[in-house]
Design a binder for this molecule. Structure first.
Ligand code: AP5
Ligand code: MG
Length: 206
């Protein structure tokens, strides 16, 4: 299956993609994770993307589309894919339709007022890459799964989050209309317990 997770920053795309990609047997492809890895490896793409990510702005379409085109050509995508954070503009969606059109698009819907505390409280494990909310950690520095040290993403600061939300509403929200027009959109309430959101996503795909 070829699946897209749409939704604002902090909607739970990454959190849910881990379980859903394992359930469907397709790779979880997060353009945000790919950019962060390119930044830490100091590749040309990483160096280009860094200034946009740090500012909370979208990386230019040409850079992002080229990166995804290369990734989707890899062998593991023959079974399908779960794209998290791509497409984010209508231009990216049109490009994806040409590269490998999705079967379904799940919009994880969470009201803006819930997102700020989710994002400022997010912690990621440097070892197993799990995502947690600080309110669920017994020890604010330690991963509850593997004991690794957790860190905060550099773009999870309140002023950068405001810019990311603006970019979402201006550039990404129009994709709801784009995929509704193609009959591919499924809407799921993301303002619910993790397990309930997971079940709702799978039910939307039946
Ligand atoms: P990216 O990494 O994709 O960030 P994002 O879209 O802003 O989304 P997030 O990863 O912040 O949120 P999420 O929905 O994955 O939430 P999560 O599961 O972590 O992109 C980063 C940057 O890269 C962009 O700003 C841009 O610059 C660039 N970029 C990436 N793709 C691009 C593209 N296609 N084009 C151009 N530029 C691009 O959960 C968040 C928190 O909420 C966690 O603490 C979690 O524990 C908690 N949580 C999750 N679910 C629940 C729940 N049900 N109830 C309570 N808490 C929950
Ligand atoms: Mg994410």
């Amino acid at each position: 299956m070829k699946l897209i997770f749409l939704g604002p920053p902090g909607a739970g795309k990454g959190t849910q993609a881990a379980g859903v990609s394992a359930h469907l047997g397709v790779p979880h492809i997060s353009t945000g994770d790919m950019f962060r890895s390119a930044i830490s490896n100091q590749t040309p793409t990483g160096l280009e993307a860094k200034r946009y990510i740090d500012a909370g702005q979208l990386v230019p379409d040409s850079v992002t589309i080229a990166m995804v085109r290369e990734r989707l050509a890899m062998d593991d995508c023959k079974a399908g894919y779960l794209l998290d954070g791509f497409p984010r503009t209508v231009e990216q969606a049109i490009a994806l339709d040409e590269i490998s059109a999705p079967d379904a698009v799940v919009d994880i819907d969470v009201p803006d007022e819930r997102l700020l505390s989710r994002l400022t409280g997010r912690r990621i494990c440097g070892k197993c890459h799990g995502t947690f909310h600080i309110s669920k950690l017994a020890d604010a520095h330690t991963c509850p799964v593997c004991g690794g040290e957790v860190y905060q993403r550099s773009d999870d600061m309140p002023e950068t989050i405001a810019t990311r939300l603006k970019a979402y509403h201006e550039s990404t929200e129009p994709l709801i209309g784009y995929y509704t027009g193609l009959g591919k959109l499924r809407r799921v309430n993301g303002d619910n317990q993790l397990e309930e959101v997971f079940k709702a996503i799978l039910a939307s795909l039946e």
